[in-house]
Design a protein around this ligand. Structure first.
Ligand code: ATP
Length: 364
């Protein structure tokens, strides 16, 4: 009888609950025991009451709730080997032989590291006398499956991550609200959106809301004097009769020299050079909250079902898949490859190879 552990990790994202619900119910229907590991990797490291068997009814009503009911946390201990050793021991002591992690690139990097160290961790537990050789024997092949839960949509090898669409929708609602007041007062608004080092939310929001200008990390302004180009563009829009100016800035926006472009700086430029009454709005955590959009419920449900399938069908060639979505098809990719490609994007940006960063984000 398989015992599957499920945890949500990193920043919460709308749809995580729907994936936990799908994993619990499909797992039970397929004869498995499913354990909720509460508070992400922290629960895995702490063990005890943080690891609870979940029944069918325990996830009733989960599908429409935002955030993650089983909790998430940033866990520094799991970044260190002693923490991962403790996590391995807790899995064995609870009889868990498959782990499904729903989280962003950091969480899946951690999952991949845990997977790569697994046999060494088992050997260490035996050598330290914390587990016996017989005890670890059934756990030699731990399956880890990754689901990408992140509002940022920053994971390579998948077109869309769980929560990104809901977050985008929330941003659009907020920008629409700001637009009406901006138009009334003929103001300019500089709106900062989340996304860490990924510009997907900002770019999509810019298109969806008809913003005048968008700043994203993957494509910094090409001009050295981008401030003048920005002012010329926004001024030309005003001359066409626009009563408002909307500039969307990704939180990781940078210039060509990798210097952060901050909303307050843009505000100062627009106020001083164009004389626009300019305000800054940082949307903040409102972007993460609220009920998941229908698409995120659907995405997380079908990916949760696939994650349980992966527990049964993972092979020595693909022991730890990441479940993704490419061209509307659910896909399996080696977790290690997806993690490597995501890190390669960050490296390309640091090396100012922005073209390559874009290609790596969306290799198809
Ligand atoms: P989001 O995209 O929403 O920010 P995330 O998964 O990228 O989510 P992180 O804070 O980067 O969020 O990671 C979540 C947790 O995953 C960390 O607190 C840590 O426990 C674990 N983790 C992250 N990176 C590593 C790593 N390199 N090695 C081991 N564990 C890691």
């Amino acid at each position: 009888r398989k015992k599957i552990g499920v945890l949500t990790s990193g920043g919460d994202s709308p749809g995580m609950n729907a994936s936990v619900r799908a994993i619990v119910r499909v797992g039970i229907a397929r004869g498995c025991d499913v354990y909720g590991i509460y508070e992400g990797y922290r629960g895995l490291v702490e063990g005890k009451e943080k690891i609870k068997k979940l029944k069918w009814d325990d996830v009733r009503g989960f599908i429409h709730i935002g955030g993650t009911v089983i909790g998430t946390a940033r866990c520094m201990e799991f970044k260190e080997r002693p923490g991962r050793l403790q996590a391995a021991e807790n899995l064995i002591k609870n009889g868990i032989d498959a782990l499904i992690v729903c989280g962003g690139d950091g969480s899946l990097t951690g999952a991949d590291l845990f997977r790569s160290e697994w046999s060494g961790l088992l050997a260490e537990l035996v050598s330290l006398g914390r587990c016996s050789a017989e005890e670890i024997e059934p756990y030699r092949a731990l399956t880890i499956v990754g689901l990408v839960g992140s509002i940022d949509n920053d994971m390579s090898s998948t077109d869309i991550t769980i929560g990104a669409v809901t977050s985008l929708h929330r941003i659009c609602e907020s920008v629409d609200s700001i637009s009406s007041t901006a138009m009334s007062h003929q103001r300019a608004f500089v709106i900062e959106v989340m996304g860490r080092h990924c510009g997907w939310l900002a770019l999509m929001a810019g298109i969806s809301c008809g913003a005048d200008l968008v700043f994203i990390p993957e494509r910094p302004p090409v001009e050295e004097d981008w401030e003048t180009s920005m002012c010329d563009l926004l001024q030309s829009h005003r001359l066409l009769g626009k009563r408002k100016t909307i500039v969307i800035v990704a939180e990781g926006a940078i210039d060509q020299h990798l210097k952060p472009i901050k909303p307050d700086y843009i505000k100062d430029v627009l106020s001083s050079r164009l004389g626009l009454d300019t305000r800054v709005t940082t949307l903040g955590h409102v972007q993460r909250g609220g009920a998941p959009a229908a698409f995120d419920r659907y995405l997380s449900t079908i990916q949760g079902v696939e994650a349980v399938e992966a527990v049964f069908r993972s092979t020595p060639e693909l022991p730890s898949p990441m479940i993704g979505m490419c061209q509307n098809q659910v896909t399996w990719q080696p977790l290690v490859k997806a993690v490597e490609m995501t890190h390669a994007v960050a490296k390309a940006i640091k090396e100012k190879d922005f073209k390559r960063a874009m290609e790596l984000r969306d290799p198809e």
